[in-house]
Design a protein around this ligand. Structure first.
Ligand code: DX5
Ligand code: ZN
Length: 222
């Protein structure tokens, strides 16, 4: 099964509810990028915005916490209506953060930056509900997909399958209908896309094209 998760980072922040409406027919999840101005230079969305969006859609909220201290906010995101929260392995205390997220009833994700080796997440493949391989350096939308991450996606997929783990494998950064194919062939099953979707005048059609490209790659790969 393949999922498409439009990233609201590339939407018009003055009209987020409308942006959600534009993609909801073609979105499996909504990807919400939380940036703290510290782990990454940008500042974006916090729990109040998640809470406001919650009344506009029943879609799964996939919150990507690019934060130095995500543990201080997991409960607030849960109360605001987040379904899943993904923390970065680079901030440390990984086992504690994953356990904490689950204790709040969240699906617990673990992200790693392009330069962070597979070995950093290897101990947590069973504890995490989702592994997020960043395919750009986090902080900004509209960057180019980093091909060098592909072998790491494949390595993660190989290990998940070998151990029979159902942990989701998500990619984020520079995903469009071409790079989606590379990511799916390597083993990703959740595709986050920001500018390829919201940069299109018909965001739902762009999301659909990414889904079709990914499904075709999946079918060809089996
Ligand atoms: C980058 C964010 C991504 C970003 C993706 O730091 O985590 O979710 O929105 O945007 P595109 O698809 O434009 O790379
Ligand atoms: Zn993201």
């Amino acid at each position: 099964m393949l999922r498409v998760a439009p990233s609201l980072l590339s939407a018009d922040f003055g009209g987020l509810a409308e942006a959600v409406g534009e993609v909801s027919a073609e979105a499996d999840w909504l990807h919400i990028d939380v940036m703290d101005g510290h782990f990454v230079p940008s500042l974006t969305i916090g729990p109040p915005v998640v809470k406001s969006l919650r009344s506009h859609t029943g879609l799964f909220f996939d919150c990507h916490l690019m934060m130095t201290n995500p543990g201080d906010y997991l409960e607030a995101f849960r109360h605001a209506g987040a379904d899943g929260c993904t923390v970065h392995v680079e901030v440390g205390a990984t086992a504690e953060l994953l356990a904490q997220a689950k204790a709040f009833g969240l699906r617990a994700g673990l992200a790693l930056n392009p330069e962070t080796p597979y070995e950093a997440i290897a101990p947590y493949l069973a504890e995490a509900d989702l592994i997020l391989c960043m395919t750009v350096h986090p902080g900004f939308a509209g960057q180019r997909f980093i091909d060098e991450v592909v072998p790491k996606i494949a390595r993660t997929r190989e290990e998940l399958d070998r151990r029979g783990l159902l942990t989701d494998l998500e990619v984020d950064g520079g995903i469009d209908e071409n790079t989606a194919v590379l990511a799916v062939q390597a083993g990703a099953r959740v595709l986050v896309a920001g500018s390829a979707i919201f940069g299109d005048s018909r965001p739902w059609e762009a999301a659909r094209r990414i889904r079709l490209a990914g499904e075709k790659a999946l079918a060809g790969h089996k």
